[in-house]
Design a protein around this ligand. Structure first.
Ligand SMILES: O=C(O)CCC(=O)C(=O)O
Length: 302
């Protein structure tokens, strides 16, 4: 570990499960990402798209009491929608930020690792107003708790834009279903993941929410300037504030990383539990840095 600042950032991260790095991404990278050439890639699309239900539909929105809209029919494999020839400039610019040495530096300050692998990412145009949740459901390591989400504002953000927040959480603290006092539906090798996942996830979410509420958990957010970097462990509960008043933009991006020296871990399935057997030894494929999701159909062992 380099200097005192870095040491105290790491100590803060270990105690609270999140950290904020100020002005980490060079402004010219953000200018490039938001530049006219890139914007030209982003065109409105009003056709049908494949949904999680498997049906091709137009967007369907619902309105919350707060006046916000949310998408009811979520997209299936959104990352696969565009052909590689589309969004060419945009994808290249996004990758330039995800894989910028400044991101690697921030990660290294937190865990000392020199090489990380990106498991997927997203670009936000508005706040998703997501409820408190943990990202370990889609990205985790074995042993637990070394995967991280990197979140980067692309414009200056106050809470009125719907900033992200974290619940201060000791690094590595894993809440299993048993810790939350719930049982998840059993999963067997034949079980359909797509049927099991939403039920298990929702049950876990509700229990997590109850726990945070009953323990009067604090939430932490920050005024963020474009180019700052906020990082949380994928075991740290976090979410996003809803924006105030009328809808407004909140250009930002996030990606999940894990140290390259670590194996994937399957949060919620403890080592040796069916249907997966013992902990995976080595990950065997990273086909696309932008592919998302951990799927039990994937091959995990060498
Ligand atoms: O963008 C946000 O406000 C939060 C995003 C989030 O919850 C996530 O990346 O897991």
């Amino acid at each position: 570990m380099g200097n005192t600042d870095e040491r105290s950032t790491r100590e803060f991260f270990e105690k609270n499960g999140y950290a904020v790095f100020r002005g980490a991404i060079p402004q010219h990278e953000i200018d490039h990402l938001l530049g006219e050439k890139i914007k030209g890639d982003l065109v409105d699309y009003d056709g049908k798209l494949e949904r999680d239900s498997g049906v091709w539909e137009f967007h369907k929105f619902s309105r919350l009491a707060s006046g916000q809209y949310y998408l009811v029919n979520s997209l299936s494999n959104a990352h696969l929608i565009t052909k590689s020839s589309e969004l060419y400039n945009f994808r290249a610019a996004v990758r330039r930020v995800y894989f910028h040495s400044a991101v690697a530096d921030c990660l290294q300050i937190l865990d000392g690792e020199t090489h990380h692998i990106c498991n997927g990412g997203a670009v936000f145009f508005n706040s998703p107003a997501s409820e408190p949740h943990i990202d370990a459901w889609h990205t985790n390591t074995s042993p637990w708790g070394h995967a991280k989400t990197v979140w980067i504002p692309l414009e200056d953000l106050g809470p009125e834009t719907g900033s992200p927040f974290a619940v201060p959480w000791p690094l590595g603290r894993l809440l299993s279903a048993a810790d939350l006092g719930i049982e998840l539906p059993p999963i067997t090798p034949d079980a359909a993941w797509d049927e099991w996942f939403p039920i298990a996830y929702r049950r876990y979410q509700q229990a997590l929410h109850r726990l945070l509420l009953s323990s009067s958990a604090p939430v932490a957010s920050a005024m963020l300037r474009r180019g700052d970097v906020m990082i949380w462990s994928t075991l740290t509960p976090h979410g996003s504030l809803p924006p105030f008043g009328e809808r407004r933009t909140r250009f930002s991006m996030m990606a999940n990383f894990r140290p390259a020296s670590m194996n994937w871990g399957r949060f919620i399935f403890m080592a040796g539990e069916p249907p997966f057997g013992p902990e995976p030894r080595r990950e065997v494929r990273i086909t696309d840095a932008f592919s998302l999701g951990l799927n039990p159909d994937q091959s995990w062992e060498e």
